[in-house]
Design a protein around this ligand. Sequence first.
Ligand SMILES: NC(=O)c1ccc[n+]([C@@H]2O[C@H](COP(=O)([O-])OP(=O)(O)OC[C@H]3O[C@@H](n4cnc5c(N)ncnc54)[C@H](OP(=O)(O)O)[C@@H]3O)[C@@H](O)[C@H]2O)c1
Length: 348
Amino acid sequence: MNRLDPGSVPKFTLAGGEQVPVIGMGTFGNDRFSPGQVADAVKGAALCGYRFFDCAAAYQNEAEIGLALEDAMKTGGIRREELFVSSKVWNDMHGRGDVLIALAKSLKDLRLDYLDGYMVHWPFPNYHPPGCARDWRSPASRPFLIDEFMETWRQMERLVDAGLVRHIGVSNMTLPKLRALLPRCRIRPAFNEVELHPGFQQQELFEYCRRERILLIGFCPLGSPTRPARDRLPDDVSVMEMPAVREIAARHGVHPALICIKWAVRRGHMPIPFSVYEAEYESNLRCVTEDPLTDGEFEALTRADTGRRIIKAFNFLWPGAESWENLWDTGGEIDLTGWEQPAGGSPS
Ligand SMILES: NC(=O)c1ccc[n+]([C@@H]2O[C@H](COP(=O)([O-])OP(=O)(O)OC[C@H]3O[C@@H](n4cnc5c(N)ncnc54)[C@H](OP(=O)(O)O)[C@@H]3O)[C@@H](O)[C@H]2O)c1
């Protein structure tokens, strides 16, 4: 194994002043990789020099990852304080009293007594069973309702007060939703994890987060080329096939994946590529330490934005919503299309 000194990996600075590596490791095996395969990759990645791990209860592999991290710490002489382990509360655990229970389960599974990061995975409590079809809908689904979300967020804040979590964050938050959240926070989100790659750059959100000192973490940084068929539409962008990405990769003599990663880091958001293959995750890490993009290459990639999202999240649509675009506030306001508050008020 080619090991890289974690000290040589550049860092981003969180609003509170803490430094984090500019790249993390994704851990969502989706339908393709078993929990054991992902855990082996996590151990390999830690030994190889990764220090940031993006986990989630919904990935159903935290127990295996916990064992892998413990093993890596023992065999690799890695201290707990050197790691940044992040997880996410799933949609069925937003209710009053649920967030602490969800965190306790992740802590137990990950074999840790605190987390470095904990995010609200989606901004609505809409549940869907793992692996369900694109047209599966829960009749209990709802849009983002700020008062409900604040009930969840207050519980997140209390996890920081209790010393169980060091930083809290959000995920899949749009600009209008963040604008509603920030003035109401006692403890602000340290990060927002959203889809980001050369084909979908979310420039307005990026600039807003930079101004507000919220680190953007980019998921599907390579365009998630091997995602399941149910998450694909015929006109989806193939990020590593984009001409700008391919041309620049050829010039550098590297795989297009590495160009996507270099672009993210140069821009100032953290990519969290996933791979179970040592050669891939090792080169993903190493590429942030060498052979940077030129200004011209960076600008060419920035111009290549298609504005097209890969992860649509169809399953989260609420009754009355018209299209997956309603989930993403494409009109610039929090989208409540077709929503009628059920009689009797909102469930907690
Ligand atoms: N917060 C959220 O809602 C959310 C949503 C989605 C994802 N995520 C997080 O983001 C992470 C990354 O997203 P993702 O896994 O969907 O997509 P991704 O990182 O864009 O793509 C992963 C795939 O790219 C290929 N790959 C990786 N490194 C490569 C390299 N050096 N050369 C060639 N191919 C390479 C691998 O394909 P092969 O396996 O075929 O080699 C791998 O399966 C997830 O694991 C998860 O942690 C978060």
